[in-house]
Write a protein that binds this ligand. Structure first.
Ligand code: PLP
Length: 439
């Protein structure tokens, strides 16, 4: 259920009118609903309850420390893809035994930091990386759990840029390679290669790709078990979007045979964090890595109308104060986002005309909406770009020397500034003259 709703023709986030936030914090500004974040987490947890999965929020979807902390307080772990995200995780003191680390190009430094932090699982994406992790762990005199990211060669996801599990993509290793690696795992004396990971892509709205991937991977786990190789973690990635139950209903029966939800975590360790389960011969721990699922609908981008430009054919351009540097998804993925006015006219139906909503950046790709029927707006009106809580602020840049927007978290009738709007001086921080001094 959305927490962005009209009341008396005013758009609210929870119990706060968005207009009030715009007037106090300025625009453009990202606004998130606490109830939505927590609600989405609970929905997912409930849908998969019978398997007691470890739910690792994919930090790259929205890395704001307060957002990560809200989810972590609910029991979520984190799915990280860089040393920078590990740094964030440490800042908010997330239990390292709830952190999993993916990425096709981890550097030596990042691997070292992850081993030192004693995270739950490094998900490796090639044999060379496995060797590298083994070498670094050896140097540090540590042992680390490793999962192998398998590329199941299954299409999934929206735009082709966000499909990640076809053979032609750079991610993961083949099932065959994975099997060979598992069978010679003793060769890597500083590793416990005990996990299987896959991540199919983003914006997957039906469970089918997961079903297809699991139908390839579950038999592999069973075959490995017969050969004496125990898999302790099955990490099925993120990318699912929509209703949690729909995915749970399709996925859970497929993993049932793996002794998921082991007795140990049910009885003796009842009530402890899911990651307490270290898993050797106690069945398989299921891990989920939702990003968009948790935060997309929990956030919007609020922007102000600057100018209205009318073309002769009747079409209008609504020029707003947010640009592709603030929110790049429409430009990058041709993503569709609903754009709605923050204050509606008390008329039904609303009079409207065909409009493009565009930003101030010097690029024709700088748009949020094309050919939409939008109400008649004027300068100073506010618009909400909906479902912008995932891959929104995190992809913002300073292109055109535009300071990045502020971020606000709403909880009930209060709102909290969780990131200050950048200032001009932030734009030049770290820049140096040829003499090596600040300009
Ligand atoms: C991006 C990513 C996710 C999250 O994807 P969503 O579409 O936001 O759910 C999960 N796992 C990995 C490895 C990723 O790269």
């Amino acid at each position: 259920m959305s927490n962005f709703k009209y009341k008396r023709n005013q758009l609210y986030c929870e119990a706060v009118p968005l207009k009030q936030i715009a007037e106090s914090a300025g625009t453009p500004v990202y606004i998130y609903s606490y109830q939505s974040l927590v609600g989405r987490y609970k929905e997912l947890k409930q849908a998969f309850a019978s398997a007691h999965p470890l739910i690792c929020f994919s930090v790259k979807a929205n890395s704001n420390l307060t957002i990560c902390k809200v989810l972590s307080e609910q029991g979520a772990g984190l799915d990280i893809v860089s040393g920078g995200e590990l740094y964030r995780a440490k800042k908010i003191k997330v239990d390292p035994k709830k952190i999993v680390f993916a990425g096709a190009g981890k550097t030596e430094e990042e691997i070292r930091e992850a081993i030192k932090a004693k995270i739950l699982l490094i998900n490796a994406e090639s044999e060379q990386e496995v060797e590298e992790i083994d070498r670094i762990a050896g140097e540090l005199g540590r042992k680390i759990r490793v999962g192998l990211r398998i590329n199941p060669d299954v299409p999934g996801g929206g735009h082709r840029y966000i499909q990640t599990a076809k053979e032609e993509n750079k991610f993961g290793i083949s099932l065959k390679e994975a099997k060979e690696l598992f069978l010679k795992k003793e060769k890597f004396s500083h590793l416990n290669i005990c996990g299987i990971h896959f991540h199919l892509g983003s914006q997957i709205t039906t469970p089918q790709p997961f079903v297809r991937a699991l139908k390839k991977i579950v038999p592999l786990i069973q075959e490995l078990k017969k050969k004496g190789v125990e898999i302790s973690y099955l990490d099925i990635g993120g990318g699912f979007f929509g209703v949690a139950n729909k995915f749970a209903r399709a996925i859970l029966p497929l993993v049932k045979g793996l002794e998921i939800n082991p007795v140990r975590s049910k009885s003796r360790f009842m009530g402890t964090a899911p990651a307490e389960h270290q898993g050797t011969s106690n069945g398989v721990k299921l891990i989920l890595e939702p990003g968009r699922f948790l935060t997309a609908e929990s956030g919007i981008l609020l922007t102000k109308v600057l100018y209205i430009k009318k073309r002769e054919e009747g079409k209008r351009f609504i020029i707003v104060d947010a640009g592709m540097n603030d929110f790049i998804r429409p430009a990058l993925y041709n993503a569709y986002h609903e754009v709605i006015p923050v204050v509606r006219k008390p008329l039904n139906p609303q009079p409207s005309t065909l409009s493009d909503v565009v930003g101030p950046v010097c690029e024709s790709g700088d748009f949020f909406a094309k050919d939409r029927n939008l109400p008649l707006l004027k300068s100073g009106d506010f618009l909400a770009v909906m479902e912008s809580g995932a891959y929104g602020f995190v992809m913002a840049s300073n292109y055109n020397s535009r300071p990045r927007p502020a971020e606000i978290l709403v909880k009930e009738d209060k709102f909290y500034l969780i990131r200050e709007r950048e200032r001009y001086r932030d734009l030049i921080r770290g820049e140096l003259t040829m003499e090596g001094s600040p300009p």
